[in-house]
Design a protein. Structure first.
Length: 294
C-alpha cells in the first residue's frame, strides 16, 4: 500500500476521481481533475474508468490537453482503461480524437494515448509486481460497470507445506527447490467499487488494505432505485471482505454536510463498528473511527 493517502474528489452527480501517486494510477476522471492535480497530472500512466457516466469521465479532455506537447506537464504514454461494450465508448473516443490532442507519438515510438477496452477479469500490469484487475459491479441497467482491484505479487508456501516446522520447510526447499515449495499469489491492496449496488463475484477481493465503497445513501429508505449502496449494505460488504480500512465515498448531496460526519458516526456506533473507517467527501478525508488520515 502506498505510504500516503490518495488525492481525491467524490461529489455525487458532479465529479469523482482518485489519484494514487505511487502507482501512477488515476481511478475515474471526473470534472476538475486536471486543475486539481496540476503538474502531478504528468505522472499519470494509467486511467481506469469504472463506467461512462459523465461525473466519472468529463475531466478526460482537460487532463489529456494538459499533457500535449508544449505544455508544462507533458507526460509519457498514457493508457485509458474503459468498460468494453458500452455503446457510448465510440463517441467518447471520437470526441477526444476530434480535439487533436494526440496527433503525435511518444519519444520511444509507443502511442501517446492508448484506449484499452476492459472486460470482467481482465488484468493490466501497473509495474513489475502490481496489477489492476476489473471486476463486475451492478449499477446502471444495461451498461457495463466495473470495479477495480489493485494487487501485488506475494510468495507463500504451497498448501502441502503449511503447518510444517521451520526446519522442515528449510529442508524441503534445499532438497526440492523454491519452485516446488513456494507459489506466487495475488495480495489485494486496494478494492475500488466505483458506483455500485452489488458485486456478483467477490473472488480475490478479500483482506485488502483498503476498500473504497459507494455509500450514496445513509439508509435504504432514502433511495428510489437500487443502483447505489446504503450504509448498512456497505457494512455488510466490509464485514465479509474484511479490509484493513474502509473508505466511504459518493455520499448523496441530500445530506446536511454540517451534521454528516456525526450522523454516520452515530450509525457506526449503533452497529458496534470497529473497522477503521474514513469518509471521502468532496476533496477531504475525514476519520469516522480510528484511522490514520493525513
Amino acid at each position: 500500500m502506498p505510504n500516503q493517502w490518495p488525492t481525491v474528489r467524490s461529489r455525487a452527480l458532479f465529479s469523482s476521481w482518485m489519484w494514487w501517486r505511487p502507482w501512477r494510477l488515476l481511478i475515474d476522471a471526473g470534472d476538475g481533475v486536471s486543475d486539481s492535480l496540476g503538474p502531478e497530472a504528468s505522472a499519470i500512466r494509467t486511467v481506469a474508468i469504472t463506467h461512462l457516466h459523465s461525473d466519472h469521465q468529463l475531466g478526460l479532455p482537460a487532463l489529456l490537453s494538459s499533457r500535449q506537447p508544449g505544455s508544462l506537464q507533458t507526460g509519457g504514454p498514457l493508457q485509458v482503461l474503459v468498460p468494453a461494450g458500452d455503446p457510448r465508448l465510440p463517441y467518447l473516443e471520437a470526441w477526444i480524437a476530434s480535439l487533436g490532442l494526440f496527433d503525435r507519438s511518444a519519444e520511444d515510438g509507443d502511442p501517446a494515448l492508448t484506449w484499452t477496452p476492459v472486460r470482467v477479469g481482465d488484468r493490466i500490469d501497473l509495474d513489475s509486481i502490481r496489477q489492476i484487475r476489473a471486476f463486475e459491479v451492478t449499477h446502471a441497467v444495461g451498461r457495463p460497470c466495473l470495479g477495480y482491484v489493485v494487487s501485488t505479487s506475494k510468495q507463500t508456501l504451497k498448501s502441502t507445506y503449511r503447518g510444517l516446522s521451520g526446519s522442515a520447510i528449510r529442508d524441503a526447499r534445499a532438497a526440492l527447490g523454491d519452485e516446488a515449495v513456494m507459489e506466487s499469489v495475488r495480495q489485494p491492496l486496494l478494492v475500488h467499487t466505483g458506483d455500485a449496488a452489488g458485486i456478483p463475484d467477490r473472488t480475490g477481493l478479500y483482506n485488502a488494505q483498503c476498500l473504497v465503497a459507494d455509500c450514496t445513501f445513509l439508509s435504504v429508505d432514502d433511495r428510489d432505485t437500487p443502483s447505489h449502496w446504503a450504509l448498512d449494505e456497505v457494512l455488510e460488504l466490509a464485514t465479509e471482505l474484511r479490509p484493513a480500512v474502509l473508505a466511504l465515498q459518493h455520499v448523496s448531496g441530500r445530506y446536511n454536510r454540517q451534521t454528516l460526519v456525526a450522523d454516520i458516526q452515530q450509525r457506526l456506533a449503533r452497529a458496534c463498528w470497529t473497522t477503521p473507517t474514513v469518509l471521502i467527501d468532496d476533496r477531504s478525508w475525514t476519520p469516522l473511527t480510528h484511522a490514520d488520515v493525513p
